[in-house]
Design a protein around this ligand. Structure first.
Ligand code: ATP
Ligand code: MG
Length: 223
């Protein structure tokens, strides 16, 4: 996979008594090496957009093309494999598996992909990089918010994705840990050509990105 292109993307959430229009006619191209930040007020649709781009939700209209192929033409298996092998996703609310400890959470996508003979070493290395080597056996409920966020980031990196989607990745981190995570992400991006697509309010984090967009009134504009 070399590129992801969203064209004329719109999203409305339809409930029993209303339709909430969140995104209207959004166009965005992501190539490897890109470093894209998406800013915008709370409720402007940042998480919605990331979920659409990462094929975790479907648009009301518009297309998402992976190297020119519309993901509508993908089977469920194709989509799972696209996500497992090419995307890393850091959810706004982590979504760690509660019955698995730190190292097991980091390992999960690698075990599903089953294509890295050095998986365990990679997981320990990532745990070290995020500063959690001393918490490998902790279940998520025994971790602080920032520690959970760091585990979620390591989990998103274990399969060496082509695009990492990050939904407020530094929201729970103190300055020092935010900087460690920031350096780790940008180093992966510059060294290995990984594209970063991050929704964030964090001004210190935002200014490292090559391209900055703002979501406002359902539209995405470069700033
Ligand atoms: N499943 C849903 N059903 C109905 N409305 C929804 C749903 N998910 C989100 N919304 C609404 O869509 C709008 C955009 O939500 P979204 O979570 O994308 O915003 P956000 O920019 O990520 O906000 P924040 O910065 O607070 O995380 C909000 O007004 C929200 O209430
Ligand atoms: Mg959000």
């Amino acid at each position: 996979m070399n590129s992801l292109k969203a064209t004329n993307l719109s999203k409305s959430y339809v409930t029993s008594h209303e339709s909430i229009d969140v995104l209207d006619d959004i166009n965005l191209s992501i190539s490897l090496n890109d470093q894209i930040a998406i800013s915008g007020n709370s409720g402007s649709g940042k998480s919605t957009l990331l979920h659409l781009l990462a094929a975790l939700d479907t648009p009301t209209s518009g297309k998402i093309l992976i190297d020119e192929t519309n993901i509508e033409d993908f089977t469920k298996t194709d989509i799972s494999s696209l996500r497992l092998n090419n995307f890393g996703f850091v959810y706004q609310f982590h979504h760690l598996l509660e019955d698995l400890n730190v190292i097991e959470n980091i390992l999960i996508p690698g075990q599903l992909a089953n294509n890295n003979p050095d998986l365990k070493e990679s997981a320990y290395e990532l745990a070290e990089m995020i500063g959690l080597s001393h918490r490998l056996n902790h279940l998520p409920w025994k971790l602080s918010g920032g520690e959970k966020q760091r585990v979620a980031i390591a989990r998103a990196l274990i399969n060496k994705p082509k695009i990492i989607f990050l939904d407020e990745p530094t929201g729970n981190l103190d300055e020092k840990n935010a900087e460690i995570i920031q350096n780790l992400l940008f180093e992966m991006s510059t060294k290995h050509g990984v594209a970063l697509v991050a929704a964030t309010h964090d001004n210190k984090f935002i200014r490292n990105f090559k391209t900055i967009y703002k979501l406002e009134n359902k539209k995405l504009n470069e700033i």
